[in-house]
Design a protein around this ligand. Structure first.
Ligand code: AP5
Length: 192
C-alpha cells in the first residue's frame, strides 16, 4: 500500500491538492474535516459534539477522530492506499495511525507539508468564507485561533515523521498546478 499524509496549516491547500493527488496516485481520500462535516450535516451525536469544538477553532478530541478513522478503514478494505488530509493533527493521533496501519501490515510512505504564511492563510479562508457556508471560515478570530492551534498541537507531529525520514516540505504558494507539480516531485522522491 502507498499511504500519504498531506500536512499543513488550515487553508494551505490540502483539500485542493488532495483532489488531484487521489486521482493521480489512485488513493482513497480520508479527510477528517470532511467526515466531521458529514456527521454535522446528518445531525448525529458525534457531529453535534464535534461542532462545538470546530466552531471555536479547536481540535475535536483525539478518541472521537481516531474512532472515525478506524470505521473509515473498515469501509475501504480493498484500498491500494490512503491520502490522509487533515489527519493526524496531534502526536497521539500519529501514534494511533501507526498502530492502525500496523494491523493492516502497512505504514506511512510519505508526509508532504504545504508551507504558507499566516497572512495568506487568513486571506484565503476569509475569501472562502464568503461562499463556503463553513462557520469556522467567516470570523478572522476563529481562523487565527485555528492557526495558533496548528502551531501548538499539529506542527509537532512533523517531528514524529522527520525522525523516520518520511517528511518533505514544499512551498504552498503559487498556482495550484505549480504546487501540485512540487508535491508530486516530493512524493516521487520518496517512492524511489
Ligand atoms: P479541516 O476540514 O481539516 O480544515 P483545515 O485544516 O482547517 O483546512 P481547510 O479545509 O480549511 O484548508 P485546506 O488546507 O484543506 O485548504 P483548501 O484546499 O480547502 O478541519 C476543520 C476543523 O475540523 C478543525 O479546525 C478541527 O476542529 C476539526 N478537525 C478536522 N480534522 C481533525 C483532526 N484530525 N483532529 C481534531 N480535529 C479535527 O484551500 C483553502 C482555500 O484556499 C480554498 O478557498 C482554495 O480554493 C484556496 N486555495 C487553494 N490553493 C490555493 C492557491 N494555490 N492559491 C490561492 N488560493 C488557493
Amino acid at each position: 500500500m502507498f499511504n500519504l499524509v498531506l500536512f499543513g496549516p488550515p487553508g494551505s491547500g490540502k483539500g485542493t491538492q488532495s483532489d488531484k493527488l487521489v486521482e493521480k496516485y489512485k488513493l482513497v481520500h480520508l479527510s477528517t474535516g470532511n467526515l466531521l462535516r458529514e456527521e454535522i450535516a446528518h445531525h448525529t451525536p458525534l457531529g453535534m459534539e464535534a461542532k462545538s469544538f470546530m466552531d471555536k477553532g479547536q481540535l475535536v478530541p483525539d478518541e472521537v477522530v481516531i474512532g472515525m478513522v478506524d470505521n473509515y478503514f473498515d469501509k475501504h478494505k480493498g484500498a491500494r492506499g490512503f491520502l490522509f488530509d487533515g489527519f493526524p493533527r496531534t502526536v497521539a493521533q500519529a501514534r494511533a495511525l501507526d498502530n492502525l496501519l500496523d494491523l493492516k501490515m502497512t505504514s506511512i510512505s510519505a508526509v508532504v507539508a504545504l508551507e504558507v504564511t499566516e497572512e495568506e492563510l487568513v486571506k484565503r479562508l476569509l475569501n472562502r468564507g464568503k461562499t463556503s457556508g463553513r462557520s469556522d471560515d467567516t470570523n478572522e478570530e476563529v481562523i487565527r485561533k485555528r492557526y495558533a492551534v496548528y502551531l501548538k498541537e499539529t506542527a509537532p507531529v512533523s517531528e514524529h515523521y522527520k525522525k523516520v525520514k518520511k517528511f518533505e516540505s514544499v512551498k504552498g504558494e503559487g498556482t495550484v498546478e505549480e504546487i501540485f507539480n512540487a508535491v508530486c516531485k516530493a512524493i516521487d522522491k520518496k517512492l524511489e
